[in-house]
Design a protein around this ligand. Structure first.
Ligand code: CU
Length: 482
């Protein structure tokens, strides 16, 4: 049962199911406020070979809000990895699917780029050293992109990470080959985050935790801490600097603090039930929204065990609570991602192995913070950011004007979601002081390890906890901010 209007300010509210030109099983927010999606053809069949879509939320949710374009690269970008490259207004797409002798689900070494200023997807002219299907991508503190994991062909995996230096090219981390960390034992979109020291922590589905040093030829070591088993189909995400919420099998969840020399896992209160193929995204206030998934797996038989009740994890109380109920089952190949207006895009489910679903649709979730607190179910008036810089620099202060008394400023890196993963999303609170009428002096993040270069949503909250629509700011070194 969907929640009643009197509960919107507590449990949030889903808008109606809206049609989508394809199954949005890979989505990415662009700095201009639009959403890139792809993963199936127009009928919902597994394929990234034919089309991709750019949705402009400012134009609503009807057909006129979509720009659906042909993919002319020759690469099937189904189950690739994708990430924004801030230096040249492109999205990097690595790897994907390949058909060999009529059989799908081989791997591609192709590297493509989507230039969002001109709405064009084309080959980068380079390939990775290894073909990869299901690779993870992560922006590093120096702006390079780490690519790790993925399958090489139907029976082999890729144990060696590679690094992309924008506008230069690729190098392999030959000193960091590991079947355990991101090869055959943990190849499926491995979970990896940079720590404040600059290494990356990898949480494996087996429960083992690894540290990857990306300097030089790279090296990898297993750390002492351990989690319970978490299959590849349950989400983990960084919800605060150096802090990861990791959902595991059997409805277990951990908070993992990676700020010290050794990761510190703390088991959280049971969150209710197993949620295989759920998606998770950080919201504007740092809460984690969890949607979709089901009790077991994704076969036709278990289809009825899908869970449409969504949840919010509160990072302050560290408790899960029930949120609104979606209309569609969203299992394998579904996604969730924060949008610039502080709503959450949820969509997809289906294609390939998941063809019991054919979700050529999406549902937008309106979190509790958008509603009046009096139970009227009305959307609250939102504060408006009047002026803010386009560029901010690590450790530097900047001016901000907001038409309301500001209680909180949050900064969230634009993410990229697929396969229960959300690449690159980061959440930070920003310290600020009031400088006079509606003016604030704000301090940008100090660490590129904790806040990598790139585009962020900046949200201003009023004294009722209602967020503005985001101003998109680019975080970079001072030299490029002038
Ligand atoms: Cu897939």
């Amino acid at each position: 049962m969907p929640v009643s209007a009197g509960q919107y300010h507590v449990r949030g509210h889903f808008g109606p199911v809206v049609n989508w030109p394809l199954i949005p099983l890979q989505v990415l927010t662009l700095p201009d406020g639009r959403l890139l999606s792809y993963g199936s053809d127009a009928t919902g069949r597994q394929s990234g070979l034919e089309i991709y879509d750019i949705w402009d939320p400012k134009k609503g949710v009807g057909p006129e809000s979509h720009l659906t374009l042909p993919n002319t690269t020759g690469t099937d970008i189904f189950c690739s990895g994708q990430l924004l490259i801030p230096s040249n207004q492109t999205v990097l797409l690595v790897g994907g699917d390949r058909t060999v002798d009529g059989r799908r689900n081989w791997s591609s070494p192709d590297v493509n780029v989507f230039s969002y200023a001109v709405n064009q997807l084309k080959s980068s002219g380079q390939t990775m050293a290894n073909p990869r299907w299901y690779p993870t991508v992560a922006t590093l503190a120096n702006g390079e992109v780490l690519v790790l994991g993925g399958r090489l062909d139907p029976t082999h995996f890729v144990p060696t990470p590679e690094i992309y230096t924008p506008e230069k090219g690729w190098r392999a981390l030959t000193g960091a080959s590991s079947d355990e960390a991101f090869g055959s034992k943990n190849w499926d979109y491995p979970r990896a985050w940079q720590t404040q020291r600059g290494d990356l922590v990898i949480l494996s589905g087996t429960g083992d935790i690894f540290s990857l040093d990306v300097t030089g030829k790279g090296s990898v070591k297993k750390l002492g801490a351990k989690l319970s088993v978490g299959h590849v189909d349950v989400p983990s995400l960084m919800y605060a600097p150096g802090k990861i919420l990791s959902m595991r099998n059997h409805g277990e969840a951990y908070k993992v603090d990676i700020n010290g020399q050794e990761p510190v896992p703390t088991k959280l209160e049971w969150f209710g039930m197993a949620r295989h193929y759920a998606s998770a995204t950080v919201m504007a206030d740092g809460g984690v929204f969890i949607s979709g998934g089901g009790l077991r797996n994704n076969s036709d038989k278990d289809h009825i065990l899908a869970n449409r009740v969504t949840m919010i994890w509160n990072p302050v109380t560290e408790k899960f609570t029930m949120a609104d109920v979606a209309q569609k089952n969203r299992l394998y190949h579904s996604v969730a991602l924060l949008l610039p207006d502080a709503t959450v895009f949820t969509g997809g489910g289906g294609a390939g192995y998941a063809k019991a679903e054919n979700n050529l649709n999406a549902e937008i979730y309106y979190p509790p913070y958008l509603y009046e607190k009096n139970g009227s179910g009305q959307l609250a008036r939102r504060p408006v950011i009047g002026s803010a810089p386009d560029f901010i620099a690590w450790g530097h202060q900047f001016e901000l004007k907001v038409d309301a008394e500001v209680s909180r400023l949050t900064l969230i890196k634009l993410g990229s979601s697929t396969h229960v993963q959300v690449f690159d999303q980061r959440f930070l609170d920003l310290p600020f002081t009031k400088e006079g009428n509606a003016a604030y002096k704000v301090t940008a993040p100090t660490s590129a390890n904790m806040a990598p270069p790139g585009y962020y949503f900046l949200f201003a909250f009023d004294k009722n906890g209602v967020p503005s629509i985001a101003k998109v700011v680019k975080l970079a070194a001072p030299a490029v901010t002038s």
